[in-house]
Design a protein around this ligand. Sequence first.
Ligand code: TXE
Length: 446
Amino acid sequence: MSTFTVIDPSTGSPITTLERAEIDQVDAAVADAVRAQRAWASLAPVARADALRAFARVVEAHVDELAALEVKNSGHPIGSARWEAQHVAQVLNYYAGAPERLIGSQIPVAGGLDVTYHEPYGVVGIIVPWNFPMTIAAWGFAPALAAGNAVVLKPAELTPLTAIRLGELALEAGLPEGLFQVVVGSGSVVGQRFVSHPDVHKVVFTGSTEVGTEVAAGCARMLKPVTLELGGKSANIVFADADLEKAAAGVPGSVFDNAGQDCCARSRLLVQRSVFDRFLEMLEPAVAGWKVGDPTSENTQMGPLISASHRSTVQSFLDGVDVAFRGSAPEGDGFWFAPAVVLAQPGDRIAQDEVFGPVLAVLPFDDEADAIRLANDTAYGLAGSIWTESLGRGIRVSRGVRSGARPPDPPPRPAYDGPRPTFGSCRRSEPAITGTRFSSKGTTAP
Ligand code: TXE
C-alpha cells in the first residue's frame, strides 16, 4: 500500500502521512455501505431526520476544531474556515427536513392507480476536490443520506483531513457503521472504482472539467447517473451607471476569496469603457488593501495557494501578459501568491482559461450587447455578477448571460447564507442543476 504526505500550504511543512486505499479497500467499504443502506432506508423517515440533526449538533460542537484543521490543511483564513464548518451543520440541518418531505406524485389515470415514490439509489460515491473540502462534501453527502442512501466519500489527496474527521463525527453522532465512509486515495484508483463498481449506483463529482468528462463517460458506459460540478470563468460586469465605489470594494472578494481557488470566482472583470480608467483607479487601492497572510489571524482575507505545483501553474498565466497592478503576499515558506490584475484581450488565454488562483483579467466593453457577448465568450457557464443601478438592465443582462447564478447588485463575495442557493449552470461548467431542493441533489430515483 502506498502512502502520501499531507502538507500545510502556509508553511510547506508536512502535517501527517496517510495510506492510499487500494481497490480491495474500496470494495470492502462499498460492501459495508450496501449493508448499512438497507437498514437506513428501512428506518422511519423521522428517525433518519433525527439522526441527521444529531450529526449536525456534533458538527456544531466541533466547529472550532474542524476550522483549525482546515486552516492547517488548506490554508483557508480562520474566519472562512469557521464559516465552512458551521455551514456543514447548516446543510445537515436543512436536509434533516427532507426525509419527511420526499413526497411523490399521483398521476390521474382513467381507473386504477398511478403514483410515484422517491426511492434512494443505494450507495452514492462522492468525489470531492481540494478547494472547499468541507462544504462541497456536505453538499453531496447531506442530501444523499437524507434520501436514504449510504455514502462513500473520496476527498482530494491534498486536503483529506476535515473529511476524515467528519466521518469520525458521524459515528460519534450515532450514524450506523458503514453508512457514511471516507475513503482516502487517488482519483485514478478510488474515484475510478466508484465509477466502475456495480454497487455504487450514483456518482457525484466536483472538480476539473477534464476529469469530470472522464467520470461522466465512465458512468455512461455503466449506465450510471452522475451529477457534475466543474470549472468556471465567471464575469463581473460593471456598467457605468453602477455604484462604482461599492463595486470596486466588492470585486476583490469576488475573485480573491479562497485565493481565487473557487469555481465561482469572478475571474473576469468587464467594465464599461466610459468608466474603465476611473474604475481601475478605484480598484487599485482595494486590491492593495486585500489582506494576504497568516491564515490563523482573524484579519486575514486570503491565505496561500494549495501547493507548490499549483502555484507554478497560476504563475504561468502571468507570462507575457500586461499586469496592471498587484496586491501583496508574504515572502518565504508557504505557497504565497500576490493577487494580480491583468489587462486582457478577449481571445487571450488569461481571458479564456480557468486560472484557479488570485488573478483577475480585465476587459472593456461598449454597451449592453457587447457586455453580454463578452460575458458569453468562454467555454464555461458557471456564475456571474452584474453591477448596475438599472433594474431593467440587470434583468436583461442576467437573462442574456448564459451561466448559472448571476445576481444583479451582487453580494461582495460569492457566499451562501443558509444551506445553499440552487446552483444551475451550463456548457463546460456542468450540465446539471444542483443545490437546495428537497428532492436532494438528484440522489433519489423518481
Ligand atoms: O481537480 P481534479 P483538482 C476544478 C478547477 C481546478 C481543478 C483542479 O478547474 O483547476 O478542478 O482541482 C479525483 N476518476 N475545480 O485538481 O483533478 C481527485 O482525486 C475519478 C472546480 O482537485 O478534477 C479529486 O478528488 N476521480 C471546482 C477530484 O477528482 C478522479 C472545484 C477532483 O480532481 C480522477 C474544484 C479519475 N480519473 C476544482 N482523477 C468546482 N466547480 O467547485 C482525479 N479524481
